[in-house]
Ligand binder design. Structure first.
Ligand SMILES: Nc1ncnc2c1ncn2[C@@H]1O[C@H](COP(=O)(O)OP(=O)(O)O)[C@@H](O)[C@H]1O
Ligand SMILES: C[C@@](O)(CCOP(=O)(O)O)CC(=O)O
Ligand SMILES: [Mg+2]
Length: 301
């Protein structure tokens, strides 16, 4: 049996805009998806979503990963078991983490010899296929770990401050939200395109502050990014409640992370106020997770 794991992520800047080629800065977090694979008589996929064979409805990412790997090797049957610390459909990149961990586990099991770059690229192709339109961000950061800038594929300075995630526990489908931004953009290109370009500029400006570990300035820009995400319709009452609870309890910054709608927000904290911010998020009706940036991308367990 081979076991691999891959991390989830939070966006400091640039979700949605990055789908249209703008820049984003994304940070891998210490919450991982673990995939066990073993040769078997038939295809069996087991996860919190159920137990299936090759199934593009219930297990689209894992099923596409098996199909893609069939281009490199002969896979007859395989038993795949997924365990995850990442809530499903919540903006933390659970789809990328399960895809990347599955590809790497199959890569080792069948000795395909894929490099990390190949794995990130194959993962991106799968996200595009399932989501309709997808940036390479989530699959790249899940493969490489650290803090990365996309589309430059550049590694930035490790983020040392505590990261607080607030989960609304309201399911959010990335496919649907990416579709709703596409619709808004096609109706009002002269309004929406400059907003997306502005978000991209924020990432370009913020690169320097990330590399200098200037969390105050990063935070001020993240708050502006939140407002722009709200303006393109990916906010919600629940997300706003958690964002403002975090800011009022002393967070350096608080914004939506990932596709939005429901799902999660992210706050940056000082070393000594992470717990009080987490408490404020819980009091506002969210579920709080205190985590950190990890340099560990996909790995063999
Ligand atoms: N633990 C898991 N086991 C199997 N599939 C998963 C798991 N976690 C995520 N997925 C897949 O990813 C989808 C959610 O991806 P998405 O809508 O992009 O949200 P996010 O990536 O923000 O969590 C799920 O519907 C499922 O297909
Ligand atoms: C909205 C988007 O920028 C990020 C989606 O992240 P998540 O699937 O919600 O974790 C889409 C993408 O980059 O493919
Ligand atoms: Mg996703």
């Amino acid at each position: 049996m081979i076991t691999c794991s891959a991390p989830g992520k939070v966006y400091l800047f640039g979700e949605h805009a990055v789908v249209y080629g703008e820049s984003a800065i994304c940070c891998a977090v210490e919450l991982r998806t673990t995939v066990h694979v073993n040769k078997a008589e038939e295809v069996i996929i087991e996860s919190v979503l159920g137990s299936t064979g090759l199934d593009f409805e219930i297990h689209p990412y894992v099923s596409h990963a098996i199909e893609k790997m069939r281009q490199f090797t002969d896979i007859e049957g395989v038993a795949i078991k997924v365990e995850s610390e990442l809530p499903v459909g919540s903006g933390l990149g659970s789809s990328a983490a399960v895809t990347i961990a599955t590809i790497q586990a199959l890569n080792y099991l069948y000795k395909c010899g894929l490099s990390l770059e190949d794995i990130a690229k194959t993962g991106h192709e799968i996200e595009k296929m399932v989501q309709g339109n997808a940036s390479p961000t989530d699959t790249y950061v899940s493969t490489m770990g650290g803090v990365v800038m996309i589309p430059q594929r550049k590694k930035l300075q490790h983020l040392k401050c505590p990261i607080i995630i607030g989960n609304t526990n309201k399911f959010s489908s990335t496919k649907e939200l990416v579709g709703s931004v596409a619709k808004l953009r096609s109706e009002f290109p002269s309004i929406i395109d400059p907003i997306l370009a502005n978000i991209g500029q924020m990432s370009i400006l913020a690169e320097k502050y990330v590399n200098e570990s200037d969390y105050r300035t990063i935070g001020r820009l993240m708050n502006v990014n939140h407002g722009l995400l709200d303006s393109i319709g990916v906010g919600s009452t629940e997300l706003s409640a958690l964002v403002y609870a975090a800011r009022h309890s002393g967070a350096i910054s608080a914004k939506i992370t990932g596709a939005g709608g429901g799902g999660c927000m992210v706050a940056l904290a000082e070393d000594d106020n992470a717990i009080s911010i987490a408490k404020a998020i819980e009091e506002a009706g969210g579920e709080a997770i205190i985590t950190k940036n990890t340099e560990e991308g996909v790995r063999l367990e």
